[in-house]
Design a protein around this ligand. Sequence first.
Ligand code: GTP
Ligand code: SPV
Ligand code: MN
Length: 547
Amino acid sequence: MIDVMLASGDLIKLNQETHPGCYLHRSDPDDVARVEHVTFICTTERDDAGPNNNWMAPDEAKSRMHELYEGCMKGRTLYVIPYCMGPIDSPLSRCGVEITDSPYVVANMRMMTRMGSAALARIERDGGFVRGLHSVGELDPKRRFIMHFPADRLIQSFGSGYGGNALLGKKCHALRIASTQARSEGWLAEHMLIVGIENPQGEIHYIAAAFPSACGKTNLAMLIPPSEYEGWKIWTVGDDICWMQPGDDGRLWAINPEAGFFGVAPGTGESTNPNALAMLNQDAIFTNVAVTADNQPWWEGKDEEVPVTDWRGNSYTSGAGSAAHPNSRFTVPIRQCPSYSEQAEAPRGVPISAIVFGGRRERLVPLVMESKSWQHGVLLGASMASETTAAATGQVGVVRRDPMAMKPFCGYNFADYWSHWLSFADRVSNLPPIFHVNWFRKDRAGNFIWPGFGDNMRVLEWMINRCSGQVQARETAIGSVPHISDININGLDAGISELEALLEVDTAAWSEEIEQIREYLQQYGDRLPERLLQELNKVTAQLARVA
Ligand code: GTP
Ligand code: SPV
Ligand code: MN
């Protein structure tokens, strides 16, 4: 496939001395991110898709797609990709087949999924699979649709060759279709990383964390702890998607359905994410990054070297905007990550000690808080909001509601999804605590207050100490926050006063926020679970009491 693409110009060889087996793909300049406005959930009843999704009637969607697909493979090679999401022998895994006319999709799916004969054999055992039909068409943004038919376990995608629009195993299957399957079968398909944190005693706690696109999942999944954390180790199980199921022991067990990373390049540097840099020195595909004079891949935040060619292939002079596209990405097998965990292949998955939600919020939202119960944790997830990023087309930096980081990915009505989440409290005996984090608070000058990246370890440690009951917390109306003395600040490049600011809960501002959350939730009308409203009312009452 690489040879096919080198011959067609779809791939360009990068410097094979510094980066053996690495290639660059330049996408069409109008095809650089997910396209949420033309992504649809096609259910017979509009309400089953919910206010969180674009909806189209299945018959109408199929006839539109049929028209677009007409003759699209003429003169092209049609590839059939049998793939398995999750370890081949895991009962939690699910299979699919993608048909595509894009060699780039084939090469990426090979790294992102378990594809090929093992997957085909499993499909024969399972007797069923998710069907995905994809064509790049003419890459015309006006003739582009990503359609999902949950009842048929069918995906139809046309007009884009990019990431989540085209690698159908990823967001289309493993989140949108899988979330509907998970609901009916009693499990969860989530936009979460999975990371193991090993303490000096050799105990490993696995944490699953949901942050919206380009809000830090890949980075947290492979962080390197500060030097003060001698004897601690980080194990990467997954960086984007997590499927979780209750085990016999009443805990939640999780697998990463993917086999590779399709990660954000900008911001990946020696000081921020050295593990990612180390895995990108060989056998990786780069999409829409810039190039140096000696043909090495480059992006903003990669400390060394200077770019001479931008992501479009034009010559670049410094100061002329970004050289790499803000949503430029790398594709690489997960096994190349220095912190790769063999547990990523464990058929039963890993037991989850804590669930974390988080968003990108300049103001208001504290560095970390803990929910008071599962029910309150579900409210924390449902109340999430985050500044938009370049991972999807549209305006960047505007705060939008993004419950559980699933706004673009939940294949059904959010009200029913929250009911599903709440139902776990009725039938799972040993649920993990739920936390909420925000690495992205800014000061008046517009700088991040919290150093983030490796230093996020300090927050993870507090969570683990909470899980094992080793530290107390300060109760506030919106959740429990750490006592400053319980956060390890040895060697931290921020002081007590910064930490106080990061953990402050502004009652007046939160009262306003809660009203906005209430307004948002009210859109879901009668379908909104009563228990979520009760929880919201509790928070409102507590805020009024302390005001
Ligand atoms: P998707 O692949 O789109 O789902 O994104 P993701 O959630 O995996 O985000 P990723 O880890 O790739 O980070 C996105 C951007 O946020 C990168 O530019 C990172 O450098 C930056 N980032 C990640 N973690 C932190 C952090 O702790 N603090 C700050 N300030 N930036 C961060
Ligand atoms: C995201 O946007 O959340 C991604 C990249 O992880 S994509 O594969 O395009 O969905
Ligand atoms: Mn993602």
